[in-house]
Design a protein around this ligand. Sequence first.
Ligand SMILES: C[S@@+](CC[C@H](N)C(=O)[O-])C[C@H]1O[C@@H](n2cnc3c(N)ncnc32)[C@H](O)[C@@H]1O
Length: 303
Amino acid sequence: MRSVKSSVKGSKTAAARVAVLIVIVVQPLGLAAVWPQEPSEPRLGEEFDKQEKIYRSRGADVPRGYVTGRGLSDYAELLPTGFCDALGKLGSSDRWLDIGAGAAQAILDYHASQDDAAPAQKCGRSADKARAVAMSIEDRRTDRWRDRAASLGDDRIRYLSGKRLRDYAPEELGKFQIITDVFGGFSYTEDLSRFVDKVLSLLEVGGAFYTLLPGVHLENAKDKLGILYLTELEDAAGRPEKVCSWLKQTACVQVTCESKSDWKRPTELINIRKVCSDVSVPRLKLWEFEAGYPPARRFQLER
Ligand SMILES: C[S@@+](CC[C@H](N)C(=O)[O-])C[C@H]1O[C@@H](n2cnc3c(N)ncnc32)[C@H](O)[C@@H]1O
């Protein structure tokens, strides 16, 4: 699990303080973090409150590590191979949803006008542009967004905020050919299986979800010493489970993982293609959550 210093500071219960001490001692040895045996509702509630403060932060209060302005070239670097080509193939009646869009710079770059001063975007370049929907819990729209939305008109770009992905009814969102998530809900949610289930329900059959997950046990690499994990999974018997093996148990999808073992944190770039409509994601239960950007989470597969 990750360093204590990158998480939000705050008062801890005595039990949590002991757990944190164990983590500090054990982690430099590269061993698995020691989490409490039982999820504690009050402690989780405290951490959720801290997480809300991060979402609501504004101006100078936004933590430096909470980045909300990545552009399309960042998405091209961070998302799995094939994302830019797939975006470039979308037509004007297709739809792209970016979950956890922050300031929605990636969508603005995609929909930049020809004479825009922004550097030419290689990613997703095409004459026809898909309709794009940016989703964020908090509203981080900029003046540039408002101007571009007004000049494009006809609802070509939309910004949704004020609630989480799980709170939208299917008819509010419709279906999409491409869904992306760059350090958005996939890295931040406290209900990972429900989140993936919802994403897949919004994809057309044949559509794809492009995302990444930092600080995980990699599919194709041995764990190195001293790694600070952010998202840890266990099977129902409490044995470590890799995020990609869990995703591959989902019905009606093809999952491809690109393991980045030489990045600052071991990171999986994940592409999930929906191949039929009866999707069923194996359920996970949240065992631990520590607020941060992104938060540290531990889940266990339900029996
Ligand atoms: C660190 S920012 C990333 C912004 C952008 N993708 C970027 O890379 O610059 C995290 C974003 O995820 C959003 N987010 C987190 N959990 C979410 C959820 N469950 N549903 C929708 N948005 C979520 C936050 O509101 C915020 O917009």
